[in-house]
Write a protein that binds this ligand. Sequence first.
Ligand code: BGC
Length: 728
Amino acid sequence: MKKNTILAVLMAMAAMTAQAQTYLDTNAPLEERVKDALSRMTTHEKVQILHAQSKFTSAGVPRLGIRQLNMDDGPHGVREELEWNTWNPAKWTNDYIVAFPSLTCLAATWNTEMSTAYGNAVSEEFAFRGKDIMLGPGVNIQRTPLNGRAFEYMGEDPFLAGEMVVPYIKAAQANGIACCLKHFVLNDQETDRFGINVNVSDRAMREIYLRPFQKAVEKAHVYTIMGSYNKWKGVHCCHNDELLNGILKKEWNWDGALVSDWGGATNGLEAATGGLDIEMGTYTDGKTKESEFGYEMYYLGNPFEQLLKDGKVPMSVLDEKASRVLRTIFRTSMNPKKVIGNQCSEAHYDVCRQIGEEGIVLLKNEKNILPLDPSKWTKYHNVLVVGENATRSLTQGGGSSELKTLRDISPLDALKKQYEQMVDYAQGYYSGKAMYDHVDKLDEAKQAELKAQALEAAKGADLIIFIGGLNKNTHQDCENGDRESYDLPYGQNELISELAKIQKNIVVVTFGGNPYSMPWLKEVAGVVHCWYLGSESGTALVNVLSGEVCPSGKLPVTFAEKYEDYPYVQYGKEAYPGVNKEVYYKEGIFVGYRHFSSNNVKPLFPFGFGLSYTKFAYGKPTTTMEGDNIVVQTTITNTGKVAGKEIAQVYLSAPKSNVERPVKELKGFGKTKLLQPGESETLRITIPKEELNYWDETKHGWARITGPYTFNVGASVDDIRGKVEVDN
Ligand code: BGC
């Protein structure tokens, strides 16, 4: 054969092979790759990719070189490596990671650039650890301040949560890591989480609870979503036909894969037909017991194959599920653009610290006790730090979000570094180990002794920094159980009051994912709330306390003065935590500040509130129409003495609306750059007109409110600085 002919034959063969293996051709359109892969798979192979093959992986198709999916928690960093088939740590030495701040802290930054930085950095750690799916972030709504998992979510407002989650997902997915958005939907309490049936009006469901998920689907094209354990309309959300096939896949046109929460599938036929694509489990037989390699017994394993063989479920259902999983594989584990990533880089610690610094909220600052500028510290000689959270690792505990960190800078260490020999420490109280589903019995004598020691030490102090709050113990901020009280635990309220009697120069610093009561508020000079700050906790906190960073975080949740002020409490147990596993969201759309501002209930600290070390003046707001958007502009000027950032919020009021509406609803926000004293910035806040819609229950669709309406521009929901009227 001539040379040319050989070449031609080889080229033709190569072309045939290439054509034959479209699914491996990364330049081919995704849908063609999926179709091609599907056409080569047996029924059994298709079923195999629909369920777990270990605690955190689902299978690929080894015969075809189609890779498996490696998943891991989420949402604040990559979880410690566990054994393949148990919940025991695998004891690796290279799985120490950066713990990023809690998502509530991210929401408190109100800075979408921080979301991008977070999504990028955390996904680089997932990629480096060989993961494809990050189990997070979460956007369930903080309906109750007792929710044990609120720290994993982004506050009480669907607009804020939706806007903050979109850049996070986009950044993570651009790195080839799928986000698995949690927990779809109505997983708003941990009490009875496996079985509670949520009764909620269609309007509240659409406007409040589904809204951030919808944004993540429509604006960020999130690749995977995790179904929640609870029920809606009597059906578990992991295989709820109306929710998953109806709303998510059909109405929102979502093409991703629905992953069950671990052990969240409970019924064979529903798992087969209710919109579930990948079944994951807590135990090898799904939920109840451990057995060796029993993953084929999952509902979406052998039982599903049997249903297909018996003709009880059509093959099209199998192809649909398998296509969604293949799409996910091509987008992640077989994505040539997936980054290599890195772990514990200084760049990641920087992101962690910056989010922490911007998310910390200054709640009270009487007589400018803060900042504690180290160069002007001549006035204090003996600083006493009190409280367990000054030294406790808050990345331990909490449930699935627990993290194994390489370095954790505690508040006490950072304070000692900053203020050198002036800092003393007394623990003041103790709380026992952070353990899932277990609460240590606390020794009252030990508690009393710790308190006495702190009070004694306080006598010699000229400044007290109390560092307490919640922690990740069961029945604090921890999965599978809610808080049992709105008060701070472990006798902290009494301790703070007594310390304040001894020394009025007292600043209270709290960690926690939830609001809490502050009966001692008037007795203390300063209050700083930190959420959870991750690996750089101490540095971020001390940078704010010292004035190195001017605080700019604002609350993504309302702090009520007393628990009874939260909207659902007036309706009794039926409204929370439910009776006989039925809970009724009787407050409807009036969740969080929507209730406080509409019913004139004065909160302790309103939604959107946060102090600064400087002051900001707001210019008169204006609006312009730009296509389908309304642009609200406002000029913010730093009128104080130090550089700082301000968050301006836009709340919609529609007093003449044809339907009942909250008095104010967040519809836009913007954060300035770091403004020097005297400097101004004009914020342009774009509000798509669709944000003015409400869910019309009679028409079962979105409808535009009737005008005229007002955009209230302010520093918090209760601090409106300017208004602008808009006609319909
Ligand atoms: C949690 C999920 C988590 C999963 C795997 C479940 O109990 O609800 O959020 O991703 O466990 O750890």
